[in-house]
Design a binder for this molecule. Structure first.
Ligand SMILES: [Mn+2]
Length: 258
């Protein structure tokens, strides 16, 4: 295995995932790819998300799925819809997802993929020691004692500090998504090593789909094809004065498109 690359929240952005996979093609054969959760809901092409994952796996790519907070609700919607894809009892956005998947004849594949994601609450590796989980940890108690539900959903309220500024670094590098930011955020120790990589860059809101290569410590961003939402701008994470970490705000996005 040459390296591990983690891809942030996809949320039904199938075309952007396809572009990302195309960019990763040259070295994907001996690398491992991890999708960080929230695969199918909200966006326009959940069908293409599934087709892309299955097609690349058939080519021998190693792709692992981590569970996001949207996986259980997407699976519940598919179960309620049944084999005929009935959508009359579902909220509109989940009904739309089911409709698209039913049209593409992917209801069973979607359920199977979501079940697989739900069996994987987080993944860990070494060199450097890293953990990837959908949302993060409670910085007061560390990864091990943080309940799984919190690991999948922690997000600061507006005006509050994001949890990562108070993380003590003891669990090693954490690669997370869930909170959409205008740019990926990498927090670094004083010696420069990454300690948190936050890579949900709001693809479904018109931002970017971002991937982070753990070993190489590099970002790769694919611009979104979605309409930019009026309230998705200047989504930054303010560094409190007492944080031990320095923020490496990513270089202008254009430079990362390579
Ligand atoms: Mn999420």
């Amino acid at each position: 295995m040459r390296d591990t690359v983690v891809i942030g929240d996809i949320h039904g952005c199938g075309e952007e995932l396809q572009s990302m996979f195309d960019r990763l093609r040259t070295w994907a054969r001996d690398s491992r790819i991890i999708l960080i959760g929230d695969l199918l809901t909200k966006g326009p092409r959940p069908d293409l998300v599934i087709e892309e994952i299955l097609a690349r796996q058939r080519l021998g790519w190693r792709i692992d799925l981590v569970c996001g907070n949207h996986e259980p609700r997407a699976l519940a919607a598919l179960r309620r819809a049944g084999p005929d894809g009935r959508t009359n009892e579902l909220p509109p956005r989940l009904a739309e997802m089911v409709d698209i998947l039913a049209d593409a004849d992917l209801l069973d594949d979607a359920q199977e993929l979501l079940r697989r994601a739900m069996r994987t609450p987080f993944l860990r590796g070494r060199n450097p020691t890293w953990t990837t989980v959908h949302a993060g940890v409670d910085p007061e108690i560390g990864f091990k004692r943080t309940p799984q539900k919190v690991r999948m959903t922690i997000k600061s309220a507006p005006g509050e500090d994001d949890w990562w500024w108070n993380y003590d670094g003891k669990d090693g590098l954490l690669v997370v998504g869930h909170k959409p930011l205008s740019r990926p955020l990498i927090l670094r120790r004083p010696d420069g090593r990454a300690v948190v990589a936050a890579i949900d860059t709001g693809c479904v809101y018109g931002g970017f789909l971002t991937a982070y290569r753990i070993g190489a410590d590099r970002l790769l961003m694919v611009p979104s094809k979605q309409r930019r939402q009026f309230n998705f701008r200047r989504r930054t994470s303010r560094r409190p004065n007492d944080s031990a970490w320095r923020a490496a705000s990513a270089a202008p996005a254009r430079k990362l498109l390579r």
